[in-house]
Write a protein that binds this ligand. Structure first.
Ligand code: CDP
Length: 288
C-alpha cells in the first residue's frame, strides 16, 4: 500500500514539475501517447504503480472551489482515458431539488436526513455527460438552476445527509476506474485515491466563467452578483464543519487561472500519464 510519505514525495515531484513545465505542458497535445500506446490499463504493472494493493483501475480525485474548472476537467479527463465520471455535486443538488420540490424546510436536518436516506439518485452516463435521475424523474437541467445553487449549502452542511450521500459515492467508486469531482473527494470520499488534484483559480476568473456559463444557458446574469455568489459559496464551503473544502495533503495543486479548457486538460492529462503510464488515451479524445 502507498505510504503517506511516498505519496507526498511523488506529489512534491509532480507539483514542482507542474510549475516548471507549465508553459511547455500547455503545448502538449492529448495525442501524445508516446509511452502509453500499447499497454493494457488493467495489466498487473498498474498494481505496482499504485502501491500494490490499491485499485488496478485508478481513482482520480479532483477537488476545488466553484468555477475552478473541476466539472469540465473531470469530464474531459474521464473521456480521454476511458474512465467513469462521477459528479458528486450533482448528488447534493439532487437532494436539494427534491427537498424544494417536496416543500421540506431546508433548516430541518431531521427531514433532510430522512429524505437523503429514502430517495433514489441515479447518475447515468449519457454520451460525454451524466443524466441525473431522482426517483425515476430526470432532473439533469433542473439541478443547475440558480435557486437550487443558492440553497444547496443547507444540504451540503448536514453531516447526516453527507453520510448518506458519501456512502453512495463510495459505492459508485468501488472497483476504481473513476474520475470523481467535488469538495471532499481526496479528503473524505476517496482518501486512498491514486491521484488527487486540487484545482484553484482566482475569484474573478471563476466568476467570469460562471457568468459566461449562465448567459450561455440563456439565464439572466449580472457579473457582480455572480462574483458575490461565488464569494459566499467559497466561504460556506470552506467554513462549514462537515467535510469543508480543503486541499488533501497529498494533492497536486493546479492553478487554472488564465488557462483555456484545452490548457487544463493537457496539464491534467500530463499528470495522469506520468502517474499511470499504462492508461492509454482513447482514440476519440486524440482526435480532439
Ligand atoms: O459546479 P459547482 O462548483 O457550482 O457546484 P457543484 O460541484 O455542482 O456542487 C454543488 C454544491 O454541493 C457545492 O456548492 C458544495 O457546497 C456541495 N458539494 C459538497 O459539499 N461536496 C461535494 N463533494 C460536492 C459538492
Amino acid at each position: 500500500m502507498n505510504t503517506d510519505a511516498t505519496q507526498r514525495s511523488r506529489n512534491k515531484e509532480l507539483n514542482t514539475k507542474t510549475q516548471d513545465t507549465k508553459t511547455q505542458r500547455r503545448k502538449e497535445k492529448l495525442s501524445d501517447t508516446s509511452d502509453t500506446s500499447d499497454k493494457d490499463p488493467t495489466d498487473s504493472s498498474a498494481k505496482e504503480l499504485t502501491g500494490g494493493t490499491m485499485h488496478v483501475k485508478p481513482i482520480i480525485a479532483i477537488d476545488g472551489p466553484a468555477g475552478s474548472g473541476k466539472s469540465t476537467a473531470a469530464k474531459n479527463l474521464a473521456n480521454a482515458f476511458g474512465l467513469r465520471y462521477l459528479d458528486t455535486g450533482a448528488m447534493y443538488r439532487a437532494v436539494t431539488w427534491k427537498a424544494m420540490q417536496d416543500g421540506i424546510t431546508l433548516a430541518d436536518e431531521d427531514a433532510l436526513a430522512e429524505l437523503a436516506g429514502r430517495i433514489d439518485i441515479k447518475l447515468e452516463p449519457d454520451g460525454e455527460t451524466t443524466r441525473v435521475v431522482v426517483d425515476g424523474v430526470e432532473i439533469t437541467q433542473e439541478i443547475r438552476r440558480e435557486d437550487v445553487t443558492r440553497e444547496v449549502h443547507h444540504i451540503a452542511r448536514s453531516p447526516r445527509v453527507r453520510e448518506k450521500v458519501v456512502a453512495l459515492q463510495k459505492k459508485l467508486g468501488e472497483g476504481g476506474g473513476v474520475v470523481a469531482e467535488g469538495r471532499d473527494i481526496g479528503t473524505v470520499v476517496f482518501p486512498n485515491a491514486e491521484l488527487k488534484i486540487f484545482l484553484v483559480a482566482d475569484t474573478e476568473t471563476r466568476a467570469a466563467r460562471r457568468h459566461k456559463e449562465l448567459l450561455e444557458r440563456g439565464e439572466k446574469a449580472d457579473y457582480s452578483k455572480v462574483l458575490d455568489d461565488i464569494r459566499t459559496r467559497d466561504r460556506r464551503d470552506s467554513e462549514r464543519e462537515a467535510s469543508p473544502l480543503r486541499q488533501a495533503e497529498d494533492a497536486v495543486v493546479v492553478d487554472t487561472s488564465g488557462n483555456s479548457i484545452e490548457d487544463t486538460l493537457a496539464e491534467l492529462a500530463g499528470l495522469v500519464r506520468k502517474r499511470f503510464p499504462q492508461l492509454s488515451v482513447r482514440e476519440k479524445a486524440q482526435g480532439g
